[in-house]
Ligand binder design. Structure first.
Ligand SMILES: [Zn+2]
Length: 280
């Protein structure tokens, strides 16, 4: 709950001091604006996607710092990059970070930055479960779920010129508004269909990486077994469909899951890494 409040508080604070003026409404201007909106949406290229993601990530990191354990961070990066290498966007600057938060959550930022909380890692039993969760987050990046939601939302908040300015001028007020909107999205969540797609494709990525495909379903079962009143779950439950609904959806792909169920779980390696005290 603490992280949720931080995120909401931060988003409100950021939008309170970003001041920007809407362009005056004359007809020519309106036509230009409409044209620019279309252009701006289509034109968010990969470098811009990565740069928007970096700015959003640094604001999110202001709310919860990374766990000061280089060994653990290296391990999660190793698993995450291995999985990302199996995808159609292997060359993004993928980075994985463990946030020092007791809350149970994971999220992806456009361009290839993925965070998982220590609270969620502590509830996992093996590397296949970690791979399942990272696979889910990797899909959000591959399919540009957050980027598209930021674009869609920013269009109503920013007129066309401001949207172009937000992409061009990284220090201007329009950029600040765009990044604030992006940051705020992490306390609201994506569409349910994006989440279910991330589950379906995420188990495939984990299986491609050689892991037991039941890693993600197994984490969802853990979440389902926890009390819905548990405050460490508040943000996760607010931003994702209920674990039971996600399990039902994955059930439709049981054959695929079963075909990769005997693959690696790597419980020993996982537990050794998770329990090892901080190293530099
Ligand atoms: Zn998700």
């Amino acid at each position: 709950m603490r992280a949720a409040l931080f995120l909401v508080g931060m988003a409100l604070a950021a939008s309170a001091h970003s001041q920007f003026r809407l362009p005056s409404l004359d007809v020519n201007r309106l036509v230009d604006t409409v044209k620019n909106v279309g252009k701006a949406v289509k034109d968010i290229d990969e470098p811009e996607e990565i740069s928007i993601g970096r700015d959003v990530a640094s604001r999110l990191l202001g709310a919860a710092p990374l766990v000061p354990n280089a060994g653990l961070q290296r391990y999660v990066n190793h698993v995450g990059r291995w999985l990302a290498a199996q995808t159609e966007r292997p060359d993004l600057p993928w980075q994985f970070g463990v946030l020092d938060s007791p809350n149970v959550n994971a999220f992806a930022v456009p361009g290839g930055t993925i965070f998982i909380t220590k609270g969620l890692l502590d509830r996992m039993r093996n590397e296949a479960e970690l791979a399942g969760v990272l696979g889910h987050e990797i899909v959000h990046v591959l399919r540009k779920h957050h980027l598209k939601a930021i674009q869609k939302g920013a269009q109503s908040a920013l007129a066309g010129d401001a949207m172009s300015a937000a992409l061009k001028d990284r220090a201007g007020p329009a950029r600040d508004k765009l990044i604030s909107f992006g940051t705020e999205m992490y306390s609201r969540g994506l569409d349910k269909s994006d989440e279910l797609e991330a589950d379906r494709m995420g188990v495939v990525i984990a299986a491609r990486g050689g892991y037991d495909a039941y890693g993600l379903p197994s984490v969802l079962q853990t979440l389902q077994a926890m009390s819905a009143q548990d405050s460490s779950l508040a943000l996760m439950f607010k931003t994702h469909p209920a674990p039971g609904d996600r399990l039902l959806e994955l059930d439709k792909f049981q054959e695929t899951l079963d075909a990769h169920a005997s693959q690696a779980q790597l419980a020993d390696r996982f537990l050794r890494q998770i329990k090892t005290p901080a190293t530099r």
